[in-house]
Design a protein around this ligand. Structure first.
Ligand code: SF4
Length: 268
């Protein structure tokens, strides 16, 4: 199954919906279903623009976020963590050490990790939290963040993931913000978000901390004079010193899905 699309509709949205059958499928929707299941490749539709195909292909080749790839990667991180002195690294990670476990705040909530990389938390620690957290413990440099905000595409490895990041992260969060009026207030309350000075002339700007040295700035522009609303995420320019691009993407996509669930639970 494709791990780059959450469902067949996401593939369908990319197609021209002409049902021309040149892909040897009866409809665009059937083609989308086959791509989602991994039976067809996007490039088998001759009408998809090359840049769209390239974006998804590139990410697919570079990304290890297949189910098996992610499991293997987490296993490797756990092996590396077993070799790390967590107590002496705790400060560099922006965490603490107590009762034999490293304690790190994830979105403002305590998560603890033992020497085997086993995670203990009250929050629902699905894969989007686990992989970036393990990666962070292994990779995080003992150096301060830069304090300079950059959009995802300006991170050193961000460009080839940009299309996917826009679709799976920024567009989804924008949709939640557009439809759920209490969204930003909820983030402030639930995740210890901090309202900050308005950046880039945005109407709302707030920072959350998926990990202690991974601040994430969310900027939202309200619709105005017939111009649609907009939402962009910004990262510290040095983020890739602490986690890799796979983990940065996983955080963005994971947060987008979590925010969606919160909105749905509130009836939006
Ligand atoms: S070739 Fe493309 S446009 Fe034609 S039916 Fe298949 S998916 Fe749709």
């Amino acid at each position: 199954m494709s791990s780059y699309f959450r469902n067949a509709m996401e593939v369908f949205k990319l197609l021209n919906k002409s049902n021309c059958k040149e892909c040897f499928k009866p409809t665009c929707l059937a083609f989308a279903g086959s791509v989602f299941k991994g039976e067809k490749k996007l490039e088998e539709c001759p009408y998809l623009p090359a840049d769209v195909i390239a974006q998804f292909k590139d990410a697919q080749q570079k990304s290890p976020i297949t189910d098996q790839g992610a499991l293997d990667m987490m296993e490797n991180y756990r092996k590396s963590i077993a070799q790390i002195d967590l107590e002496s690294k705790a400060q560099a990670l922006g965490g603490t050490f107590a009762d034999g476990r490293l304690v790190i705040k994830v979105m403002g909530k305590n998560v603890s990790i033992d020497q085997h990389g086993k995670i203990f938390t009250d929050i629902h620690a699905n894969q989007w939290v686990v992989m970036p957290l393990l990666n962070y413990i292994v990779q995080c440099k003992d150096a301060p963040i830069s304090g300079i905000w950059v959009p995802f595409r300006e991170l050193p490895s961000g460009r080839s993931w940009q299309g996917l990041f826009e679709k799976q992260c920024e567009e989804l969060i924008k949709k939640v913000a557009d439809t759920y009026p209490g969204f930003f207030q909820q983030i402030l309350e639930l995740f210890n978000g901090k309202e900050v000075e308005k950046h880039y002339k945005s109407d709302i700007a707030l920072v959350v901390y998926p990990l202690p040295k991974i601040p994430l700035l969310i900027c939202y522009w309200l619709p105005e004079d017939g111009i649609d609303s907009d939402l962009n995420l910004f990262f510290d320019a040095k983020t890739e010193d602490y986690i890799n691009i796979n983990s940065i993407y996983a955080i963005g996509a994971g947060l987008a899905r979590m925010f969606e669930k919160i909105a749905i639970n509130h009836g939006f």
